[in-house]
Ligand binder design. Structure first.
Ligand code: GCO
Ligand code: MG
Length: 439
């Protein structure tokens, strides 16, 4: 029995990562006589847009040759950094960066219990950096490694919101003036928290004090009629999208779908939470409204289950969370074969490095549909030289080499992550009956 009075055992400090021994490289690496080796995997926290970005830089023994990726899970960024600093990064030291698929599998299996957003974003940051590095070594834009372009640029959608249909319609018109042909519209619901609007509990600090509940009945009563009114005001020549943000149960979702049938939506996003995904088959069969889902999926298998029918029309894949471009490309190919289009996730918590990597997929995949385009704050371009901004309602991939976006470490330090980390954004939301509401 240990002596209870003995000095307490000091916990392993975060500075003492559990560094596994560098395992032997893949058997074929020596045969190839390749000389480039990974010398470091570094992580950087910065917040030029306000939300935390976690940057991954994979460095090599070739002067000036490095790759950059984004591992940003804004709700768990410190956990992702620990996976990178203590486990995944040290496993790569001394390895040949060329064998991306082999390294992806090695990292994926190194944790034994696979999956989840924390692991996904850690692997995603490294994977995007390795693809960036490979393209740089070849002196080519990243999309050329995926078979080259099938389109000039990626059609993008921007976000507008408002307190009433008239305000929303005015903002849609302004977005069209800026060249957007696709606009996501979110409308406030009086007395209810409403995702993506000024009343969004997670978005407005003031709303946190009000602790406005989510009222699904009020949302059902208000938003379908408001969307119809917006359509009347803006006409048919603009594509309208709406994000339900997983806040309805299957019965409410069925009713909401029925009520928006004549709005002519380009897609309706996250009509159900991932936990209710088995209901998509019936909803999709019963309505012509295109359905988009996937930003919350951390495992490609979650998409595969919906592609057999298919039970969705758009896959909202989030490249960092899925584990990077290696799994995302396979998913894009499956979507192409199943007639499902890509609508990759891309608000500001997907940083410019991941956005540029996703763009390489967008312009090279025949399955592409539309790309979510973050309206980054001006400071973002200072931290990430080469940040892509929408022009004429589309995002054009940088010429490269690589994905074409860099990272300025000094500028990043001028935009530290706010303390305490606002990781509670999605823990504040409750329904009218006081129960915790899915965000
Ligand atoms: C979207 C998403 C985001 C998420 C955010 C979570 O469609 O862009 O719903 O707004 O809420 O990425 O961190
Ligand atoms: Mg969404």
């Amino acid at each position: 029995m240990a002596d209870a009075s003995a000095a307490p055992v000091a916990p392993i400090a975060a500075a003492d990562p559990v560094v596994p021994p560098v395992l032997a490289p893949a058997p074929w690496v020596e045969e190839r006589g390749a000389k480039v080796r990974i010398t470091a995997v570094r992580t950087f926290l910065t917040a030029p847009h306000g939300c935390p970005h976690l940057v991954v830089r994979v460095e090599t023994n070739e002067p000036g040759l490095y790759g950059l990726g984004c591992a940003s899970d804004p709700q768990r960024v410190l956990a992702v950094r620990t996976v990178l600093d203590a486990y995944a990064g040290p496993l790569l030291i001394g390895r040949d960066p060329d064998d991306i698929e082999d390294l992806h599998r090695l990292l994926l299996n190194s944790g034994y219990w696979r999956g989840g957003s924390v692991e996904g974003n850690a692997l995603g940051g490294i994977d995007v950096a390795l693809w960036d590095l490979k393209a740089k070594r070849l002196g080519a834009p990243l999309y050329s490694l995926f078979g080259g372009r099938v389109r000039r640029a990626a059609d993008a959608y921007t976000h507008v919101d408002g307190a009433d249909p008239e305000e929303v319609a005015d903002k849609v018109a302004a977005a069209r003036e800026r060249g957007f042909r696709h606009v996501r519209v979110q409308i406030s619901v009086p007395g209810s928290d409403t995702y993506g609007t000024a009343g969004d509990t997670g978005r407005a600090a003031a709303a946190r004090e009000r602790r406005v509940p989510w009222d699904s009945a009020a949302y059902l009563r208000t938003v379908p009629e408001a969307l119809r009114r917006v359509r009347e005001l803006v006409g048919d020549e603009v594509e309208l999208l709406h994000d339900v943000h997983e806040r309805l149960d299957p019965r409410q979702a069925r009713e909401f779908l029925r009520r928006v049938e004549d709005v002519g939506l380009y897609f309706l996003e996250d009509l159900l939470a991932p936990e209710d995904a088995r209901h998509f088959a019936r909803l999709h069969a019963a309505s012509p409204v295109p359905l988009a889902v996937g930003e919350l999926f951390h495992d490609p298998a979650q998409f595969v289950a919906l592609l057999d029918g298919p039970d969705i029309d758009f896959a909202r894949l989030r490249v960092p969370t899925l584990g990077g471009l290696t799994p995302a490309r396979k998913l894009a190919a499956l979507c192409e074969l199943r007639g499902v289009r890509l609508a990759p996730h891309g608000p500001a918590d997907v940083g410019p490095l991941a956005q540029a990597a996703t763009l390489a997929l967008d312009v090279s995949s025949p399955a592409f549909g539309v790309q979510e385009a973050a309206a980054f704050a001006p400071a973002v371009a200072e931290v990430y030289p080469g940040t892509v901004v929408p022009v004429g309602g589309a995002l054009k991939p940088p010429a490269g080499p690589g994905h074409g976006v860099d990272f300025d470490e000094v500028a990043a330090r001028r935009h530290p992550v706010p303390e305490p980390l606002a990781h509670d954004r999605w823990a504040l939301l409750r329904a009218v009956d006081g129960s915790v509401q899915r965000p």
